[in-house]
Design a binder for this molecule. Structure first.
Ligand code: 13P
Ligand code: SF4
Length: 368
């Protein structure tokens, strides 16, 4: 069933009993079901999930780690994925036929992944092939639909995550003269710039107007950036940085590479979700940090590192709304459906799509 069909079928009104139960009752019931299902159940949780959910995760990680654990777990019959839709799709592609991947709330999508649809991508590819010939390798951030991963796999490319983007872009540029980087222009630009590629050698593909935005000699283009972005990380601005520098000059500023180029450049450090977590863990007690990434994670880091002074780079930042769709009532509802042998919200990627998508994922996992 497609996401649209599921959305139309599902009213998203959970049964009334979940409104009446206290958090304590729901937590107790989740614990009971986890004990009852044992190894038949596996709950991966992305670092951007809420605490009320992450407390029940069997493993937590960034996108790359969760793809790796999904590929390695051949046993669990049910994988209840606490993350967003594209991550559950990836888990389905990397697991075997007998395993069911469940997303507790189908509204947990990703606005960035939605910024590249397969029709736009095929249209863009046709035009770009016409202009540049067979000189382009497509790469896609894992934050993309299975259909985009499949397109990339079919055309010899690979997926990347924020923690291996440098390695994957380097690899891609050894294969072909230039790359098409979907769907996050900022991760693509920040990574290519770190690798020494001049901003003038990067073009932007606008999927709405279906045109290449570039000034200068097109033969020079090394990187074609899809015009997509993360609506959460785009909320960190140069003004936020200026405010922190003025009010707390001792603070170190660390941001995720999904932030705009100018924000990354003005920060002290940048890196993937995993890199940010490790940097804060390793930091000396008493140090001060302003972090530019998703708010559930920043709050968790604040609570876990009380010996350090940590704030969000943007004081008005909210959590990722779609990550937040997965909450305790939806997690419990999913688990109760499993024990009643009527699992709902099963994420099943079409076999044809999965066949090529796995090529793109495997090319990344082989180099991760
Ligand atoms: P990573 O887990 O690769 O850092 O990705 C961040 C993100 O935006 C996930 O949706
Ligand atoms: Fe998508 Fe950004 Fe939310 Fe990640 S944080 S799920 S990229 S909208």
């Amino acid at each position: 069933m497609s996401v649209l069909q599921t959305l139309m079928k599902n009213t998203y009104e959970l049964p009334g009993k979940y409104k009446e139960m206290s958090a304590g009752e729901m937590e107790g019931r989740v614990r009971e079901i986890k004990a009852q299902l044992g190894k038949r159940l596996f709950i991966p949780g992305h670092h951007y999930q809420k605490d009320e959910v992450i407390q029940f995760a069997d493993t937590t990680g960034d996108s790359l780690q969760l793809a790796q654990v999904s590929a390695a777990n051949g046993d669990a019959e049910y994988i209840v994925f606490c993350g967003v839709h594209f991550m559950a799709e990836t888990a389905d592609i990397l697991t075997n036929e007998n395993q069911k991947v469940i997303l507790p709330d189908m509204r947990a999508g990703c606005s960035m992944a939605d910024m590249a649809d397969i029709h736009q991508t095929e249209r863009a590819w046709e035009k770009l092939q016409h202009q540049f010939g067979d000189t382009i390798l497509p790469l896609t951030y894992v934050n993309s639909t299975a259909a985009i991963k499949s397109f990339v796999g079919k055309n010899g490319g690979a997926t990347v995550t924020s923690s291996n983007a440098h390695k994957m872009v380097e690899w891609a540029l050894e294969q072909k003269e230039r790359i098409l980087f979907l769907p996050d222009q900022h991760l693509g630009r920040n990574t290519a710039a770190d690798l020494g590629i001049a901003l003038e050698d990067m073009a932007v593909w606008d999927p709405i107007t279906n045109e290449l935005l570039f000034e200068g000699d097109a033969d020079q283009i090394k990187v074609i950036l899809w015009k997509g972005h993360c609506s959460v990380h785009e909320n960190f601005t140069l003004k936020n940085i200026a405010d922190v520098r003025e009010q707390s000059p001792e603070m170190k500023i660390i941001v995720h590479p999904e932030c705009r180029r100018e924000v990354v450049e003005a920060s002290d450090d940048n890196g993937s979700t995993k890199y940010i977590i490790e940097t804060i863990k390793k930091a000396a007690p008493g140090t001060s940090w302003a972090i530019g990434t998703e708010m559930n994670l920043v709050k968790r880091l604040i609570n876990e590192h009380t010996d350090k002074n940590i704030i969000s780079l943007n004081p008005h930042m909210c959590p990722c709304l779609t990550m937040n769709r997965i909450d305790l009532p939806h997690l419990l509802w999913s688990l109760e459906n499993i024990v009643e042998s009527k699992p709902e919200n099963i994420i099943k990627v079409d076999e044809d799509v999965a066949h090529n998508a796995v090529l793109a994922l495997d090319r990344m996992l082989a180099r991760a």
